[in-house]
Design a protein around this ligand. Structure first.
Ligand code: ATR
Length: 247
């Protein structure tokens, strides 16, 4: 069994996946910028893909291609099982309204938080997303000029600000005694968002490595019918990243 990574030329997603199918691959995980194309490539999509408008997993079965999206499942699993923070009954602030936020919105709501606020730099983009998804009555939308005055239990960064080397520093009061600040990106050390959350009094911070592992485990289960144990994988990856950092 092999699980390897391929860098796919921008214009060649379909051709590339055609080739993998011919070579006998059972499926693929897909990441940015191909998640929308992955959905379009598939002949069938799960509800999770239809809700998110993007796929991160494809499964090949003779002439059929199934698409799933395990990102939201991975995030919730990492928060609830690995960070041991319940989502149910909590107040949640999700920052960002791009593909990453879109993929996790419904899975987060399925855990029945008390309140979910979506904050985005561009208000109209967040409004459009929430309306398109039919979630206007479950999600409150704000922009960065109008942050809520209250604190939150769980604050999730789903923006690409950090990837672009820009800081995202929401107001201090939001983090006061927050149970968890979660950054969907990951690295060998704390991301700037995690460092800011700690400075502001957040009790626990976490990067997206666990989400990466959990979404992959869910995909593996779909392909192979076996759910792998994720804790040893997460520890091994973390150790590997720390070693690279100190070299
Ligand atoms: P992806 O699909 O990877 O999520 P995207 O669709 O480009 O990427 O969305 C990026 C998200 O990060 C958006 O919510 C974007 O905010 P805007 O909708 O206002 O563009 C957010 N983002 C990117 N850079 C940011 C920054 N410097 N500060 C705050 N938000 C930022």
């Amino acid at each position: 069994m092999q699980y390897v990574k391929h860098l796919v030329p921008l214009q060649q997603f379909d051709k590339f996946v055609d080739r993998l199918r011919q070579e006998g691959y059972k499926g693929v995980n897909v990441t940015v910028p191909f998640k929308t194309q992955a959905q379009a490539y598939a002949t069938h999509s799960t509800n999770r893909v239809l809700e998110a408008g993007a796929a991160n997993t494809l499964k090949f079965e003779s002439h059929e291609v199934w698409a799933d999206n395990t990102d939201g499942w991975g995030l919730c699993r990492d928060i609830v099982n690995n960070a041991q923070v319940a989502i149910q009954g909590k107040s949640i602030l999700l920052v960002g309204a791009g593909g990453a936020a879109r993929g996790v919105l419904v899975p987060l709501l399925e855990h029945q938080p008390k309140h979910l606020v979506l904050a985005n730099r561009t208000h109209s983009k967040a409004m459009d997303m929430v309306q398109q998804m039919g979630l206007s009555n479950q999600v409150e939308v704000v922009d960065f000029e109008h942050w809520p005055n209250s604190r939150f239990d769980l604050i999730i960064n789903a923006t690409s600000a950090g990837l672009e080397g820009q800081l995202l520093n929401p107001p201090r009061q939001l983090f006061d005694q927050a149970e968890l600040a979660y950054d969907m990106v990951y690295g060998a050390t704390d991301t700037p968002f995690m460092a800011w959350a700690k400075q502001c009094g957040c009790l626990q911070t976490r990067d997206g490595l666990g989400m990466l592992v959990e979404q992959a485990a869910k995909a593996f289960e779909w392909w192979r019918g076996v759910m792998p144990q994720t804790t040893p994988v997460l520890h091994a990856l973390r150790a590997q990243m720390a070693t690279k950092e100190t070299r």
